[in-house]
Write a protein that binds this ligand. Sequence first.
Ligand code: NAD
Length: 307
Amino acid sequence: MKDEHQESHMAKIGFIGLGNMGGGMAANLAAKGHEVRAFDLAEAALVRAEEAGCTRAASAREAATGADFVVTMLPAGTHVRAVYSNEIINAVSPGTLLMDCSTINVASARAVIAQAAEKGIAMLDAPVSGGIAAANAGTLTFMVGGEEAAFENGKPILEAMGKAVIRAGDAGAGQAAKICNNMLLGATMVATSEAFLLAKKLGLDLQTFYDISSKASGQSWSMTSYCPVPGVGPETPADRGYEGGFAAALQLKDLKLALQAAQEANASVPMGSLAESLYQVMVNTGAGGRDFSGIIQFLDGELAAAK
Ligand code: NAD
């Protein structure tokens, strides 16, 4: 017998952007019983979504028409602005809640949300933390900007794709939290890497240094959850030759968004700025697809060469 409780919570969801992240997210919504109409420019992404139980839409406009919720997971601010301005906002009615989960600049997020508000349509910025594995497993963390009522309305849908859904504040606050967090991550990864390299040059055993620093004031997530040194700490991309994980090119993108926001807000971010320059070097050498913890190889080739 069909569960009436579940039936009453089934929603019509338009999902646009079925890439590395969006593909898994849309699949999780379909798996939870929602009716997902999916669109992407790439045929392969559409086929994958259909296999996961979504229905194919012919355009973003078609995916959004008649939906209770629209979720987008697009590359950058330009794509988000174009898809919302040209297709989604004109296709939906005030009963629809729009949720953009892409990582984009704060100004673009606020501009699109304002444009929707002009037509009486509520919208949340809801970027995520957690990579492709978390998107596939439905264990993302959402940081959400928007009005309280809209947040409460969208929360169950985001919960179907994640393990934590946290309201950061009003419009744009989700993107602000995301880029501040990732700027901190970039800076601590560089700092952790250089500390290990100095420890090595000073003759310390790196496991011993880890054992000490992970219980002392130098501890951070970059050290104890994502150690950039192969064979030290928990298993991380460092143990797989820096393959997979969180690509340096994406870390660079987030650092650039943080610097752009800092410039607009007259904030001084010297460590974030230095991290951005270093990640630019890594990406320029053709290593943008490698995990961001591979920055340690660019600070001193010795450690990597030894492995
Ligand atoms: P991706 O490039 O794999 O996917 C983006 C998808 O959007 C592609 O399939 C593309 O065809 C589609 N697209 C582009 N323009 C479109 C349009 N006009 N209409 C319909 N579809 C369109 O990127 P991704 O890795 O899935 O990342 C998506 C967003 O999530 C980015 O903003 C990224 O910064 C953010 N993010 C990514 C990760 C990660 O680990 N990959 C983690 C957290 C956040």
